[in-house]
Write a new protein. Structure first.
Length: 186
C-alpha cells in the first residue's frame, strides 16, 4: 500500500497514519480556516480542499490527503472552541442530545493529477451532563483544539452512550474512509 503526505497539524491524524504505516510525511497547511463560518456540508469539503491546495505546489507525484472535521447538531456547525466559555456552550448543546461528526477527506493523486473525495458522518449520543461534570471536564483543558470541544478518546468518553459509524472519525480522521480512497488510487 502506498504512503501519503498528510496536510495537517493534527497530532491525532499524524499518529493514526503513522500507527497504520500510511504516513510518508506531513506538512502544515498554508490556509487558515479559523474564521470561516460553515453553512452546509459542502463548505467542509471546500475547506479540506483549500488546505490541500495551499501546499500542493511543493509536491509532484505524491498522494496528498487533507481532512476537515466538524460537529453538526440541529443543522448548526461547531468547530473548535475559541475559549473555555465557548467550550462550555458547546457541551451544553451536546448534553442529552444526538449529534453528528462530519468529515471530508480530500485526496490528491499527484501522478494522475486527480482529486478524490469522501464524506464520512458518525452519529454520537451524549448523556445529560451536570454543570459540575462540564466544569470538571473543562478544568482538564482537553477541549482545546477539538471540534465540538471534546475528545472521544479522552476524558469525555464516559459522556458518550452510543456511536453509530466510524469511531476514528470522531477522533478526527476517518481511517476507513481514507483507506477506501487510497484503494481507488493504488
Amino acid at each position: 500500500m502506498k504512503k501519503v503526505v498528510l496536510v495537517s497539524t493534527s497530532p491525532r491524524r499524524i499518529g493514526l497514519l503513522e500507527k497504520h504505516n500510511f504516513l510518508s510525511s506531513q506538512i502544515d497547511p498554508e490556509f487558515d480556516d479559523s474564521n470561516i463560518t460553515l453553512k452546509n456540508d459542502n463548505d467542509i469539503k471546500k475547506i479540506a480542499k483549500k488546505k490541500l491546495d495551499s501546499v500542493k505546489r511543493y509536491f509532484k507525484n505524491e498522494i496528498l490527503i487533507a481532512c476537515d472535521t466538524v460537529v453538526k447538531i440541529n443543522d448548526m456547525y461547531i468547530g473548535k472552541p475559541r475559549n473555555r466559555k465557548d467550550a462550555k456552550k458547546m457541551l451544553e448543546m451536546l448534553s442529552d442530545s444526538v449529534h453528528f461528526v462530519v468529515s471530508y477527506l480530500v485526496m490528491y493523486d499527484g501522478i494522475h493529477k486527480k482529486y478524490h473525495y469522501k464524506k464520512v458522518s458518525t452519529r454520537v449520543f451524549f448523556d445529560k451532563l451536570t454543570d459540575k461534570e462540564m466544569e470538571n471536564y473543562l478544568d482538564t483543558n482537553e477541549y482545546l483544539d477539538k471540534a465540538g470541544g471534546y475528545a472521544v478518546q479522552g476524558k469525555a468518553a464516559p459522556f458518550i452512550s452510543k456511536i453509530e459509524g466510524d469511531y476514528y472519525n470522531i477522533v478526527g480522521f476517518p481511517l476507513n474512509g481514507f483507506y477506501r480512497l487510497l484503494k481507488e488510487i493504488v
